[in-house]
Design a protein around this ligand. Structure first.
Ligand SMILES: Cc1cc2nc3c(=O)[nH]c(=O)nc-3n(C[C@H](O)[C@H](O)[C@H](O)COP(=O)(O)OP(=O)(O)OC[C@H]3O[C@@H](n4cnc5c(N)ncnc54)[C@H](O)[C@@H]3O)c2cc1C
Length: 381
């Protein structure tokens, strides 16, 4: 089987068709307004849940669809059809980073309390790891959870948290020992309530997503909200990184595909010097290069996905896919914008938003430099 052969089967392609139809019909028409309002409504989660789209990979006993990561991968790609990186990010944070740790490490009671209503779209989740003083260097986090009678008292600040204002619960990395470093990090599921306050941040792109600084001031968290083992939270951070990065690579491939198709259509239509733009060799060659980039990104991402689904723990391939696709997506969006000329710079054209949205890729979910550091280790450099 060649690297670029899609790992999907008929059932995945059927899902693609129905998910695409739903996203284009029900969500895409609102994307421009959400961008202006810098927010998308919470009931989008309920609408997705009604289609079974919040629980594709989760077992039916929790209300999921009983599918696998390939079903989720289809949704990650198709999310680009909404035309709003921000909405896709908010939905993606709930599905791909906030709920997976509860599924993998949660007790039966925690799954009942958080995972089941999350799949139903009744609760919205966020993952809180990054802090003002700890981003790439996760082990530097200082949000403190002091042991008290019956639980923990949490104080500290998280920042750049997706769904940070709207989230009902925050899967939060905290420090549970006075010493720093990797050891002594634990995870708590923190409900919004007394002592939890959020302030929304404004951004270059992903405008419709809700990115916030969250402050915890002496928040009491009951012992039953400890996720996984005490002081073993670093493992939990690492456990979902591969899927998070694959999901980002798939999202980039989806966004690049849509952008290329639309830009090629534009180039066939738009006339300059008595012929379509695509009739000019420079533009035609640029589009050929961009198609090659989409294909390359898809091949590398599908290869990593296939290995991941086969249980190979493909750290190198996933890291390469994340590194390659995020920069390539931004470069492709910039090129598509250029082909649109002045129109590409206008708010009313989709490509202006797509270019801004794509800038986050080499920063979020582990920066490009961090990906290179990981590859340096994997390649024994
Ligand atoms: C829109 C948005 C949404 C986000 N959503 C979430 C979320 O939901 N939950 C969450 O926990 N976090 C979230 N993040 C945070 C994101 O994961 C971090 O921004 C990212 O990990 C980088 O951390 P930092 O911003 O602190 O940058 P820093 O770590 O301070 O890095 C600054 C620069 O230095 C470089 N650098 C750092 N270390 C090295 C090194 N060793 N070698 C070479 N270069 C290095 C980085 O690559 C970067 O270019 C989000 C961020 C954004 C912008």
């Amino acid at each position: 089987m060649s690297v670029g052969t899609p790992p999907f089967e008929d059932e995945h392609e059927q899902l693609r068709e129905s998910a695409r139809g739903f996203l284009e019909r029900e969500l895409a028409p609102h994307a421009a307004r959400w961008e202006e309002e810098e927010w998308f409504p919470d009931d989008v989660f309920g609408a997705l849940a009604a289609q079974g789209l919040l629980g594709l990979k989760y077992p039916t006993e929790y209300g999921g669809q009983g599918g696998d990561y390939l079903h989720e991968a289809v949704l990650c790609e198709e999310m680009a059809r909404i035309g709003s990186g921000g909405a896709a990010a908010g939905i993606g944070a709930h599905i791909n980073i906030a709920t997976p740790p509860i599924w993998k490490f949660g007790s039966a009671e925690q799954k009942e309390r958080y995972l089941v209503p999350s799949i139903r779209g009744e609760l919205i989740g966020a993952l809180g790891i990054t802090e003002p003083g700890a981003g790439s260097d996760v082990a530097a986090l200082t949000t403190r959870a002091a042991a008290v009678d019956g639980g923990f008292l949490v104080s500290g600040e998280k920042t750049y948290i997706t769904n940070g204002v709207r989230a009902d619960f925050i899967v939060t990395a905290v420090r549970t020992t006075p010493e720093g470093g990797h050891h002594g990090i634990s995870f708590l599921v923190i409900d919004r309530g007394d002592g939890v306050s959020s302030s929304k941040l404004r951004k270059l792109g992903w405008a419709a997503s809700d990115t916030a600084t969250i402050s915890f001031q002496d928040v009491f968290v009951p012992a039953e909200n400890l996720l996984g083992e005490l002081n073993e939270g670093f493992k939990l951070i690492m456990a979902n990184f591969q899927w998070e990065r694959l999901a980002m690579a798939l999202g980039a491939v989806g966004a690049m595909t849509v952008a290329w198709e639309r830009t090629a259509d534009f180039a066939r239509e738009r006339q300059a010097f008595g012929r379509p733009l695509s009739g000019h060799q420079a533009i035609r060659h640029r589009l050929a290069d961009l198609a090659t980039s989409v294909y390359t990104c898809r091949c590398v991402t599908y290869d990593a996905l296939r290995r991941f689904v086969a249980g190979q723990e493909p750290l190198k391939e996933v890291t390469m896919a994340k590194l390659l696709t995020q920069r390539a997506a931004f470069e492709l969006m910039d090129a598509c914008l250029q082909i649109h000329g002045g129109a590409g710079y206008m708010r009313e054209y989709w490509v202006e938003r797509a270019a801004r949205d794509a800038r986050l890729g080499p920063i979020g979910g582990g920066t490009a430099e961090v990906m290179r550091e990981i590859l340096g280790r994997v390649l024994a450099l």
